[in-house]
Design a protein around this ligand. Structure first.
Ligand SMILES: Nc1ncnc2c1ncn2[C@@H]1O[C@H](COP(=O)(O)OP(=O)(O)OP(=O)(O)O)[C@@H](O)[C@H]1O
Ligand SMILES: [Mg+2]
Length: 358
């Protein structure tokens, strides 16, 4: 009863794969207890909505069985067009007053019927330009979508305890591993298969977020179309691709077009990241962005970090969510985990949540 609250299992149901992470906290920080990814068939998740529940349940059961998972309580997250995250200003009020009035206040900010969404609010603090007002983060997610996530998780024999948003889980994963000073502005970009979650943080406080509907599948689909190959072949070419085109031997194995396609899609992704920074700058003070960290499986596209760096003029690197997590080499294939680490960012952030969290 007086013990520390129990850790949850982090479960990220992404459009290309499900990722599960369990951590335990000890004297010297976090240790990895479970980590596994299970692929999902294309179209199982479309724009964050579960289209093929049985495929997701199968992937979950597969992970639970292979890992002999004991902890059943999970934290999971959603993203996409059915999730709205907005920073709004409201007159100063107590958290209790906010709870009471939010349904009514939120109406004007949410493009859906207010009865169809789950609302959540988080007070950031007083507005520095007008102390009669406070800044609040408003999160609204379609109830139908949330219910679908809960249903597949329960069908797999797990118990959903916390429902988060990808972009905030990303921030939590980052905060565990990286030191930042309170006033510096950092951009996290989680580049998945279909979505990029952008989180602009001042210190570790999110000040701007945006989900962009583009990701690693864009490369695969372009390769598939231009080279008339299957999705699987295109995926293999993408991952083995040599975008510099400077390896003599690669031209026999990897068509040169692959490098050209990769460069061009990377340009589009970098343009979208830059557009997000423009939106951030338009709505915010003139704080300078110190650094961009890329996460997500597609951050591993060769050359993408430097394309983003050149486009934005901001130093860009790939972040490792396991940077400060102890991984016992007697229990895990450490090289493999480090290789796929960028894909685990959201699941790591979710695994930091505790029983009883909102
Ligand atoms: N080594 C690699 N090189 C290039 N791309 C890679 C590599 N490894 C994985 N990817 C790509 O990363 C993407 C998967 O990343 P991630 O697991 O972060 O996405 P997701 O969470 O399933 O999808 P989303 O969040 O967009 O719904 C796929 O498009 C995959 O092809
Ligand atoms: Mg993802």
């Amino acid at each position: 009863m007086f013990g520390r609250s129990k850790n949850l299992v982090g479960l990220d149901i992404g459009s290309s794969s499900v990722k599960l992470v369990e951590l335990k906290s000890g004297k010297n920080g976090y240790e990895l207890v479970h980590f596994r990814m299970a692929p999902l068939p294309p179209e199982a998740i479309v724009d964050g909505a579960i289209m093929n529940s049985s495929a997701v349940v199968d992937a979950l059961v597969d992970i639970i069985t292979s890992e002999k998972l004991k902890t059943k309580q999970v934290a999971t997250s959603v993203s996409g067009n059915s999730v709205i995250v907005k920073k709004i200003k409201l007159p100063q009020m107590t958290p209790e007053e906010l709870e009471e009035s939010i349904q009514w206040e939120a109406e004007q900010y949410i493009p859906f019927d207010i009865g169809d969404v789950n609302l959540d609010v988080h007070i950031l603090g007083l507005d520095e330009h007008n102390v009669d007002q406070m800044e609040v983060i408003l999160v609204a997610a379609k109830k139908d979508m949330i219910n679908d996530y809960m249903a597949v998780i329960m069908e797999a024999g797990l118990s959903p305890q916390v429902m988060d948003v990808d972009v905030f889980a990303l921030g939590n994963a980052f905060e565990m591993s990286y030191a930042l000073d309170e006033s510096s502005v950092t951009v996290l970009a989680n580049i998945g298969a279909n979505v990029i979650n952008v989180n602009v943080m001042k210190g570790f406080q999110s000040t701007f977020t945006r989900d962009i509907s583009i990701g690693g599948n864009q490369y695969t689909e372009e390769i598939q179309k231009q080279l008339s190959v299957s999705f699987e072949q295109a995926e293999a070419l993408k991952i083995g691709g040599d975008p510099e085109g400077d390896l003599e031997s690669s031209s026999t194995v990897i068509p040169q077009e692959v490098g050209t396609i990769i460069r061009s899609v990377s340009e589009s992704i970098a343009t979208e990241v830059q557009r997000s920074l423009d939106f951030y700058a338009a709505g915010s003070s003139d704080d300078k962005i110190a650094k961009i960290y890329l996460m997500g499986g597609s951050s591993k596209i060769i050359g993408l970090a430097s394309v983003v760096e050149n486009k934005t003029g901001i130093s860009t690197e790939i972040a490792n969510p396991f940077k400060e997590v102890f991984i016992d080499e007697k229990k895990f294939n450490v090289a493999h985990i480090q290789d796929v680490a960028p894909s685990a960012a959201v699941a790591v952030g979710l695994a930091l949540r505790k029983m009883g969290d909102k």
